[in-house]
Write a protein that binds this ligand. Structure first.
Ligand SMILES: *Cc1c(COP(=O)(O)O)cnc(C)c1O
Length: 428
């Protein structure tokens, strides 16, 4: 195997952070350039008519690629060197067969769910979910004849298991099928965890020849602190806009998983044209080189802030994944499923919207913006922004009060960040 494709050094298996520097890229193909150039091109010249024919046979699924066959470059809506190197590197972190990159997290989610479902199908999904995801399931997919069932309060796993069993039985009675179970864990903005192994076991117990696929949005803790494919997930989704991009300067998404499923997702991406562009892919390769350092540092900062904020007289609760104020079952699940709590957490203030707004307006280092996972710290008010289209009942069911403030902690100095929070809390 050529050295830029090798994942080992002698007997040693190389760690993902090492592979991020060179894996999948051969400098001799690009004048020795240490970094992959940006292949800013729409199309690729075939060496011969026979090559063009062979490449299209594989791209259009007319035959399987031979094990040692190099899939030729065709057209940047189908493939591009920057995309291919990036996808090889992304797949390393989750130990997936294959990754595909999209023009946004929502492009990844919508393209994947369209690839997996057809009219008459049912999809079960957990709430609260990202606003765009909620909109897709609640309003768009039903227009295409796909019924969707939202499940809240998944602590303990009984509600999700019951919804999976009843949706499957009902779909079968109507001549349809439960196509997928879609899980976002930890949930935004409450950080409630959902048990992936329990969901996978429930799906197995249905005993179906064509079981529903378990699809997990891993944006909040992945790819470092949670690896859903190891806990029974079939596909993993990311908004790469967040931690993976990490610099608040791009929008992108990804889907990862088994080769046979990724072929279905890839077909839909090619036809919907939801692939990302070479420049964004290049920026993401830059980002992957520092991913582990950024995620470790922002998590360490967040741990410092959580421990200092807990018990603060202006704060009712600190909602971090599997944290001290979470239930015993959530803490046990955290220990099984996650290797870190990440750096996005929420505060439930004493009071309501007025108190929350006073805090938000007093912060100086924490910028008032939606999104998360960047190098800089951000703060937001879910109830009036990202989750403002939830009904009052849905907000109550999902624990999204007017007193809830979400923080995404960056890589600044932790003492500076705490000073900013302390001053803002004093203004509440
Ligand atoms: C941001 C986000 C998305 C959507 O990603 P975009 O890149 O904005 O399209 C999906 N899921 C979660 C959990 C997110 O935080």
């Amino acid at each position: 195997m050529s050295k830029h494709r090798s994942r080992t050094l002698g007997e040693r298996t190389l760690a993902p952070e090492t592979l991020m520097m060179g894996f999948g890229y051969d400098p001799t193909l690009s004048e020795g350039s240490i970094k992959a150039p940006i292949f800013q091109t729409s199309t690729f010249v075939f060496k011969s008519a026979e090559d063009g024919k062979r490449f299209f046979e594989v791209a259009y699924g007319l035959r399987q690629k031979e094990p040692e066959e190099a899939l030729g470059l065709i057209y940047s809506r189908i493939n591009n060197p920057n995309l291919e190197i990036l996808e090889d590197r992304l797949a390393v972190w989750d130990a997936a067969d294959k990754a595909l990159v999209f023009s946004s997290g929502m492009a990844a989610i919508s393209t994947t769910m369209m690839a997996l479902s057809r009219p008459g199908d049912v999809i079960v999904y957990t709430a609260p979910a990202y606003g765009g995801t909620e909109y897709l399931f609640d309003r768009i997919l039903p227009r295409m004849g796909v019924r969707t069932v939202s499940v809240a309060d998944c602590d303990g796993g009984e509600a999700l298991a019951a919804a999976i069993r009843s949706a499957s039985a009902e779909a079968a009675a109507n001549g349809g099928r439960l196509a997928a179970v879609y899980v976002e864990t930890p949930a935004n903005p409450t950080n409630q965890l959902i048990d992936l192994q329990a969901a996978a076991a429930c799906i197995r117990d249905l005993g179906l020849a064509e079981p529903p696929l378990l699809v997990v949005d891993n944006t909040f803790l992945g790819p470092l602190w949670q690896k859903p494919l190891q806990h029974g997930a079939d596909l993993v989704l990311y908004s790469l806009t967040k931690y993976v991009g990490g610099h608040s300067d791009l929008i992108a998404g990804a889907c990862l998983g088994r080769a046979d499923l990724m072929a279905r997702v890839g077909e839909m991406r090619t036809i919907c044209g939801t692939i990302t562009d070479p420049h964004t892919a290049w920026l993401l390769m830059r980002s992957l080189e520092t991913l582990h350092i950024r995620m470790e540092r922002s998590q360490a900062n967040a741990r410092t802030l959580v421990s200092r904020l807990r018990g603060h007289p202006k704060i009712e609760a600190v909602l971090d994944a599997g944290g001290a104020e979470a239930s015993a079952s959530q803490q046990a699940l955290f220990a099984r499923q996650c290797s870190g709590a990440g750096s996005t957490f929420s505060l439930r203030l004493k009071g309501g919207e007025a108190e929350a707004f006073r805090m938000l307006n007093a912060l100086q280092l924490f910028k008032l913006a939606v999104s998360l996972g960047g190098t800089e710290s951000l703060v937001s008010h879910p109830s009036s922004t990202t989750h403002s289209d939830y009904s009052p009942e849905a907000k109550a069911r999902c624990g999204i009060g007017d007193n809830l403030v979400r923080l995404s902690v960056g890589i600044e100095n932790a003492d500076d960040l705490y000073a900013d929070l302390e001053r803002a809390l004093a203004a509440v």
